[in-house]
Design a protein around this ligand. Structure first.
Ligand code: GAL
Length: 416
């Protein structure tokens, strides 16, 4: 039975290609609605349609996916789960514990996922040793995106340290542009916060304070310095930042209204979708002080248990398609990320992606490959949510001291 699923006959294949009526439906929940993201999502849709399956888009707008997760919960609770949903990191385990995810071991075995994935990634995709999710890509989160022309006008260089960052920000301000393009939403605040934590505190601090959530490290003088530096960044954002979507912040850098943005490399998808060339119209550099480290964010789709046979078959097509080399290339060229599959040729990718790929390998050896908290890769979702809220409260409330914030974050980090 299982063998049949993966070795379809010529007749079955041609029926699928002709869009035969028994083709299954695949409903996929994601939040890829910005320019670059939508291009990448449509590559997935096309791949599945070419296999003869019906794609039912289930896009819930909202960067970082908070709204998508809320909608997903209510769908699953009402017994109407989609075929697949964009679920990442420790949340995969949380969903699997609920008993709602499907076992994908047969596809994984046939397609050799164990051999094709870095172990740090395949471990995240498995629950009790069984595949329940499929990875799409690797995003690097600790990037700074800059408009070189704006920097040239301000007479400063793109920063590589936090001291240089504030010198540059001052010069950009004097030149009449918004130094830092920011969107005040809690996942964006935390994306900046974790970049500062890594740049100011270093790799060991990041691991101890934010991943292991060690109470002493969260209350240390280094944490205070991190928070003070983080808050200083706010002085260089504009008054319309609260609530702004991340892609609109990227647009400010694209059109020269702002100098730089701290954001993961899905931002590159926006520059590319706007027809901009890396190294010429925009530059990517590791966030200040973080060039020897790498915060990763692996997008993945968790597969839900389904009842309909044709839909189960289609779900397996989806799982196999996501990991196929050709799809990994097309998707990631649009998304700004790099293939998650090992040993993929990188010749079609730009220098930002090549740097990301090289640094991913180097940091996996040096111990500086770190999960992003902001993007759901490191801590249980309850702790992540509480920590994000505490960090954003500090960002928004100009009366709150760094010491108060430390106490709030340390208590939030205990949430399970
Ligand atoms: C991240 C996600 C990325 C990108 C970003 C902004 O959490 O992993 O793929 O979509 O949100 O929406």
């Amino acid at each position: 039975m299982k063998t049949k699923m993966f070795k379809p006959t010529v007749l079955a294949l041609s029926l699928f290609a002709a869009g035969a009526s028994f083709a299954g439906e695949i409903e996929v929940l994601h939040w890829w609605t910005s320019g670059g993201e939508a291009k990448a999502a449509s590559a997935l849709k096309l791949t599945l349609q070419q296999k003869g399956d019906r794609w039912k888009d289930f896009a819930v707008a909202g960067g970082g996916g908070d709204s998508a997760m809320t909608v997903l919960k209510s769908r699953v609770v009402s017994g109407n789960a989609p075929s697949a949903a964009q679920i990442k990191g420790p949340s995969i385990q949380e969903w699997a514990q609920e008993g709602v995810l499907a076992n994908m071991d047969d596809v994984a075995k046939a397609e050799k996922w164990d051999e094709s994935l870095p172990k740090v990634v395949s471990d995240i995709m498995k629950y009790k040793g069984h595949y329940v999710a499929v990875p799409v890509n690797v995003h690097r989160v600790n990037w700074l995106w800059a408009n070189p022309e704006v920097f040239k006008k301000a007479g400063v260089k793109v920063p590589t340290t936090w001291d240089e960052f504030f010198t540059a920000a001052e010069a950009l301000k004097k030149a009449g542009v918004t130094p830092v393009a920011h969107g005040g939403q809690n996942w964006q605040d935390f994306t900046t916060f974790e970049a500062v934590a890594l740049g100011v505190g270093g790799t060991d601090f990041y691991k101890k304070a934010l991943v292991q959530r060690d109470a002493a490290t969260l209350s240390s003088p280094t944490m205070e310095k991190v928070l003070t530096t983080f808050k200083k960044v706010k002085d260089y954002t504009d008054k319309n930042a609260p609530g702004r979507d991340w892609n609109l912040a990227t647009a400010m850098v694209i059109n020269g209204q702002a100098g730089m943005q701290i954001m993961g490399d899905w931002a590159k998808g926006e520059f590319l979708a706007a027809g901009k060339t890396p190294g010429k119209d925009f530059v990517c550099v590791p966030a200040p002080g973080t060039d020897k480290a790498y915060t990763f964010n692996v997008d993945s789709f968790a597969m839900f248990k389904l009842k309909d046979k044709a839909n189960i078959e289609a779900q397996k097509h989806l799982a196999a398609a996501i990991m196929a080399p050709q799809f990994q290339e097309v998707f990631n060229l649009n998304k700004g990320s790099i293939p998650v599959r090992l040993n993929m040729p990188m010749d079609k990718f730009d220098d930002c992606a090549k740097t990301s790929s090289k640094d991913f390998v180097a940091t996996s050896k040096s111990g500086a490959l770190l999960p992003s908290i902001a993007h759901g890769m490191a801590v249980p979702s309850a702790a992540e949510g509480a920590m994000k809220d505490a960090v954003s409260q500090f960002w928004n409330d100009d009366k709150m001291t760094a010491k108060d914030a430390m106490a709030k974050i340390a208590s939030a980090a205990k949430a399970q």
